[in-house]
Ligand binder design. Structure first.
Ligand SMILES: O=C(O)c1cc(=O)[nH]c(=O)n1[C@@H]1O[C@H](COP(=O)(O)O)[C@@H](O)[C@H]1O
Length: 285
């Protein structure tokens, strides 16, 4: 059977991502259960509070938002009880037809990377997700086990390229021995991985929405995860200036700004719908 004849659930991540963003709008809701947000929702800063917060977001939004990005750090801080919530939330979101990017920014030598790949990208893993954020600073080639695992299971990767934090350029703008910047080398690697994609490949870059216009070529035939919207200051309107002709491939991600609208489900839904509408217009959905 040719790839394009497969049912949607068996399609590669990039195909499923485009379909989900077209159907539900491009917004990615980041699930970052900060201690101050638990407090603002009237919840204790413990595993029960974490569960109420996370499932509150899942119950309110899983059937209407295309993509969720739980931030592993805020689950890890509660040890195994927190990881159990991340696991359950991921399962529930996927059952509701949403895509889940686990934001764990993993990166290690190849042999350890294959351990991370088994943890997040193997189809039957307890924490199996649709895509994982990964860090290329041990060399782009160190990501190969994750790339292989993603191809095998139909998952995706988002590789850090031009991050939203002010310290990012210190390394990312540095020149490699071969000539391009570190970020440029990452984008080149991704372009190669997506070379066969018809529309959107499964290998994405993380490009903060807060960065100024860049000279790097963002046309990687893959998704561009753009955090930094809302709490870090970027707006939907700023995306066109940063991403230029690649703007239709942007996955705009917002965490604290949406989450602060809770805990009532109606308020969360209103905040997500308003933000999604603004992105639909700017990103051409
Ligand atoms: O990979 C990421 O998602 C990421 C990359 C980046 O360059 N900047 C960035 O803020 N993030 C993540 O995106 C989320 C941003 O959260 P808010 O600032 O609350 O919307 C956090 O979970 C960050 O770890």
């Amino acid at each position: 059977m040719r790839e394009r004849d497969l049912p949607m659930s068996n399609q590669p991540f990039g195909v499923r991502l485009r379909a989900a963003m077209t159907e539900r709008g491009p917004l990615c809701v980041g699930i970052d259960p900060h201690a101050h947000l638990l407090e603002a929702w009237g919840l204790p800063d413990d595993p029960e509070g974490l569960a109420s917060f996370t499932y509150g977001v899942v119950d309110a939004l899983a059937d209407r938002v295309a993509v969720f990005k739980p931030q592993s750090a805020f689950f890890e801080r509660f040890g195994s009880a927190g990881i159990a919530v991340l696991e359950q939330a991921t399962i529930r979101l996927r059952e509701a037809g949403a895509l889940v990017i686990i934001d764990a920014k993993r990166g290690d030598i190849g042999s350890t990377m294959s351990g991370y790949a088994s943890a997040y990208l193997a189809e039957k893993a307890p924490l199996a997700c649709d895509a994982l954020t990964v860090s290329p600073y041990l060399g782009f080639g160190s990501l190969q086990p994750a790339i292989d695992a993603a191809r095998e299971s139909g998952a995706g990767l988002f590789v850090l390229a031009l991050t939203s934090n002010p310290e990012g350029p210190q390394f990312q703008s540095a020149r490699t021995a071969a000539g391009p910047t570190v970020a440029g080398a990452v984008l080149d690697g991704l372009r190669e991985l997506n070379a066969d994609a018809d529309d959107l490949g499964s290998f994405g870059a993380v490009v903060g929405a807060t960065i100024a216009r860049t000279d790097e070529n963002l046309d990687i035939r893959g998704p561009l995860l753009a955090p930094g919207l809302g709490a870090q200051g970027a707006t939907p309107e700023s995306l066109a200036a940063v991403f230029g002709s690649a703007v239709h491939n942007v996955v705009p991600s917002s965490s604290r700004e949406i989450l602060a609208a809770g805990p009532t489900p109606t308020a969360l839904r209103d905040a997500a719908a308003r933000t999604n509408d603004a992105f639909r217009t700017v990103l051409g959905y």
